[in-house]
Design a protein. Structure first.
Length: 301
């Protein structure tokens, strides 16, 4: 039944995407155009030495997230070569890229050292990674593939399909790198504008922004709250600068157009529980972020 799609259920329950972005500052994107399993990275047929190398990198960098990418099913970007892209997301991004002859060459890469460098190595425009992993959740294939196709038509050099990004109840979901903006509930008609505004250093449709992946979720919620209040879409306009845990939640320090702001952020259970994944019968509660600003900003949101 159509109502079983978790993305539709989430929308019908009035779920907010604010403050739900995956948390990871460092990303390793490995081209693999084969069909993907539920656990795409873990099940990839690359050989033990490659998986051991990845495990070593993630031990060294706990916030490193590995994604599979492809232009399309069974379609290589450059036949005979494997694209690998390492990204440090955020306002001071680092982007490194390698072209490999075989997956067995992956262990020779110095991924942590590359990501701890300074300055982007690539001058290319944004990369748009759209989750299409239907084995992980049906919503990602049903709604993600048309969005991925729309990106490919609008900006083929920016368009990558990717494995599970997290939060399939917000499908179709996509990540823009290197700025790190994670979107949900996108539409194919959105994608040309989304690529264009990110090239210009802005965000597309704040109501569809889940957050910035390099920020903790309480900071994501506070930054988006302030952006929505002010209509601030410029990427540098609002940034989180500090986070302290309190008895009731978190105190989040933000700089908005250079001025300091402080928010109290907490979570509350909201609405009726519902399944958060397609095919699941387990109804889970939905927790929503609440943001209250100190006297230097209008109260409550």
């Amino acid at each position: 039944m159509a109502s079983a799609f978790c993305s539709r259920l989430a929308r019908s329950h009035g779920v907010s995407p604010r403050g739900t972005a995956t948390e990871a500052t460092h990303w390793l994107l490995i081209e693999d155009p084969s069909p993907w399993s539920t656990d795409a990275v873990e099940d990839a047929a690359w050989g033990p030495s490659v998986h051991e190398a990845i495990a070593g990198w993630t031990d060294t960098m706990p916030d490193l997230r590995v994604q599979l990418i492809r232009r399309g099913l069974q379609r290589w970007d450059d036949p005979g070569r494997i694209r690998c892209i390492a990204v440090r997301a955020g306002p001071r991004p680092v982007v490194r890229e390698w072209s490999l002859g075989a997956y067995g060459d992956l262990p020779a890469l110095r991924v942590p050292e590359a990501l701890r460098g300074s300055g982007p190595a690539l001058e290319a425009g944004p990369l748009v990674l759209t989750c299409v992993n239907g084995r992980r959740d049906a919503c990602c294939a049903k709604w993600g593939r048309p969005v991925a196709q729309a990106v490919a038509e609008a900006a083929p050099e920016a368009a990558w399909q990717t494995s599970h990004l997290g939060g399939h109840r917000f499908a179709p979901t996509a990540l823009v790198l290197p700025d790190g903006t994670h979107y949900g509930w996108l539409r194919p008609a959105d994608m040309a504008d989304l690529v264009g505004v990110h090239r210009d250093g802005h965000l597309h449709d704040l109501d569809r922004v889940r957050g910035a992946v390099h920020q903790p979720r309480p900071v994501q919620a506070a930054c988006l709250s302030l952006r929505q209040r002010r209509g601030a879409t410029a990427l540098p306009a609002v940034r989180g600068v500090g986070l302290d845990e309190t008895d009731e939640g978190w105190a989040v320090r933000v700089r908005a157009e250079g001025e300091p702001r402080t928010a109290h952020v907490w979570q509350e259970q909201e609405g009726t529980p519902f399944p958060h994944s397609c095919g699941s019968r387990e109804a889970k509660p939905q927790r929503a972020w609440r943001v209250s600003w100190t006297a230097d900003e209008a109260a409550g949101s």
